[in-house]
Design a protein around this ligand. Structure first.
Ligand code: SF4
Length: 336
C-alpha cells in the first residue's frame, strides 16, 4: 500500500489516581495524552509531528513504536491492522519500525565496540549467514551514513565517537534491519548545535538513497521546515493543523500555529504578517482537564461563545492537503 502507517482516532489515556469522593461516586479521571489523533505517512515521506512539550507528540511516537498500548483507535502498518499485536507479530513489527533515539549513547553498551553494538540486532533477528557476512552488512551501513573508513569505526568504543558520529552509527544500526519506518524523536536535540544541520542532512540523504520513511518528532519548527515533507502540529493531545511546511509554516491558519511560529522561530515566520499575530496567553492546561469545546479556547485571542459551547472543531481541509481545526479560521485570517 502507498501508506506505510495509518492511524485513526488514536488514543492514549492514562488513569489518574482518584480522590475519595470520586472513588465513591464511581468517577474516573484520565490524563488524555493522545486524544484522537489521525494521520497517515506515505512511503518515502518524512512526516513531522510538532508541538510544545506535553502536547502528546512523544506519546504518539511511543504508540507508533508499540512501546505503549493504545486505549482507543486503530493503527495500520502497510494496510495490516497492528493495533493490538503480540509475540511473533510484535517482533516482526519491531524490526519494521525502528527508532532513532535522542541520546544514541544511552542505546549503546559502552563496553561494546561499534562492531558489536551493530552486530547485536543482526544476531537477534537472525540476519546474515556468518560473522563475515554480518561484518559486510555493517560496513555497508557505516558507509551509508558516511562513517569512513568503516574499518576504523568498527573497532572504536562508543565514547570514542563524537555526538554526531554516534548518531550516525545509531542510524546505521537501524538501517541494518531494513525498516519500513524510522521514528526519530528529537534526534538532534542532544547534539552540538554546530553539527545538527549536518546530521539532519545525512538522515535526509540516507532517506533519499534508500527510500526510507520517517516520523520526525520535534518541538523545533525550523528543523521541521527544512527536514519534513509534511507537518502536523499537536496541541493538548490533538492535531490542530496539518499540511506541507510551505502551507503550515508560511500560511498557518490555526491561531495556535500562528502564535507558535511567531514565538519560537523568527527566521521562519516567513509570510505571516507579524502585526496580525496576537500572542497566546497563559499556560497549556493539564491533559487531565481538557477544556470543553475547542480545547484551545482558554488561550485563544479569537475565542467566542460558540468556541466554548459547541462541539470541538474537527480537522477540515482548506486546500490541497492543508488541514486545520478552527471554526473561526476566516475571521482569524481577516483579523488585524
Ligand atoms: Fe480559537 Fe475558536 Fe478557533 Fe478554537 S475554534 S482556535 S477557540 S477561534
Amino acid at each position: 500500500s502507498e501508506k506505510i502507517i495509518e492511524v485513526k482516532d488514536l488514543q492514549k489515556w492514562f488513569p489518574v489516581r482518584r480522590n475519595i469522593r470520586e472513588f465513591f461516586r464511581g468517577e474516573h479521571r484520565y490524563v488524555k495524552a493522545v486524544d484522537g489523533v489521525s494521520f497517515s505517512i506515505k512511503r518515502g515521506e518524512i512526516f513531522g509531528l510538532v508541538g510544545e512539550s506535553g502536547c502528546g507528540k512523544t506519546t504518539t511516537g511511543k504508540l507508533i513504536m508499540k512501546l505503549l498500548e493504545p486505549t482507543g483507535g486503530t493503527m495500520l502498518l502497510d494496510g495490516k491492522d497492528v493495533t493490538h499485536i503480540e509475540k511473533e507479530e510484535l517482533k516482526k513489527y519491531r524490526r519494521n519500525v525502528q527508532m532513532i533515539f535522542q541520546d544514541p549513547y544511552a542505546s549503546m553498551n559502552p563496553r561494546f565496540k561499534i562492531r558489536d553494538v551493530m552486530e547485536e540486532p543482526l544476531i537477534i533477528h537472525k540476519l546474515g549467514e556468518d560473522r563475515d557476512e554480518r561484518l559486510k552488512m555493517i560496513e555497508k551501513a557505516l558507509k551509508e551514513v558516511k562513517l569512513n573508513p568503516p574499518e576504523e569505526f568498527l573497532v572504536r568504543y562508543p565514547h570514542m565517537l563524537s555526538g554526531g558520529q554516534r548518531q550516525r552509527a545509531a542510524t546505521a544500526r537501524t538501517l541494518l534491519l531494513n525498516p519500513q519506518l524510522l521514528v526519530a524523536d528529537e534526534p538532534v536535540s542532544m547534539i552540538d548545535l554546530s553539527t545538527r544541520a549536518e546530521i539532519l542532512h545525512m538522515m535526509k540523504e540516507v532517506q533519499r538513497d534508500l527510500g526510507l520513511t520517517y516520523l520526525y518528532i520535534t518541538h523545533d519548527l525550523s528543523t521541521a521546515r527544512y527536514f519534513t515533507d509534511r507537518i502536523a502540529v499537536m496541541y493538548l493531545g490533538k492535531i490542530i493543523e496539518m499540511g506541507e511546511p510551505d502551507d503550515v509554516i508560511d500560511r498557518p491558519v490555526h491561531p495556535y500555529t500562528r502564535a507558535l511560529i511567531a514565538a519560537v522561530c523568527e527566521p521562519v515566520a516567513g509570510k505571516v504578517n507579524k502585526a496580525k499575530i496576537v500572542p497566546i496567553k497563559g499556560e497549556i492546561p493539564s491533559a487531565a482537564n481538557i477544556p470543553k469545546g475547542c480545547r484551545f479556547h482558554p488561550r485563544c485571542p479569537y475565542a467566542v461563545d460558540e468556541c466554548r459551547e459547541k462541539e470541538e472543531p474537527k480537522l477540515q481541509e482548506i486546500e490541497n492537503g492543508h488541514y486545520h481545526a478552527c471554526r473561526r479560521w476566516k475571521e482569524v485570517q481577516e483579523a488585524v
